[in-house]
Design a protein around this ligand. Structure first.
Ligand SMILES: [Zn+2]
Length: 141
């Protein structure tokens, strides 16, 4: 899967935690095949790409909870904007629902990340450190 390796390379470039597995991407891809592109709703084919709801350039992870599958052209149009500044209200509700289910962070943290476009506020930074301290995630993925 080309999109998988592209996401891995970008995560390395952005120096963010990267724990996305191929199996997780397959799950996200199956969702997208049923629902359509997470941004435009049209059918997804082989030309999909992995997008990060909170951009990796803002420090967010290449992790199952932060990815959506969309068209390459939609990802290109979205560019570095957070998903909340690009997706429709309806699509964004679906995205947030998926994130909350998959994420180690609580709902308030997710909505805070999305409204600020920044991954780590001081409070959420503490939550992240707590999780790291418990050894659930490591900086090396
Ligand atoms: Zn699309």
């Amino acid at each position: 899967m080309r999109a998988f390796h592209v996401a891995k390379a970008r995560a390395k470039n952005c120096e963010v935690l990267d724990d996305l597995t191929m199996d997780e991407l397959r799950v996200a891809y199956r969702f997208a095949q049923k629902r359509g592109c997470v941004y435009c709703g049209e059918k997804i084919g082989d030309d999909f790409s992995v997008d990060h709801v909170i951009p990796m350039s803002k420090g967010a992870h290449n992790s199952f909870w932060n990815i959506v599958v969309c068209h390459e052209k939609c990802n290109y149009r979205k560019h570095n904007k957070p998903a909340s500044k690009f997706a429709s209200k309806e699509k964004m509700d679906e995205i947030i629902f998926d994130m909350i289910i998959r994420s180690p962070y609580h709902e308030e943290a997710i909505t805070n990340f999305l409204s600020t476009g920044e991954f780590i506020s001081s409070e959420d930074g503490k939550a992240l450190r707590d999780i790291e301290d418990r050894g659930k995630v490591t900086k090396d993925g």
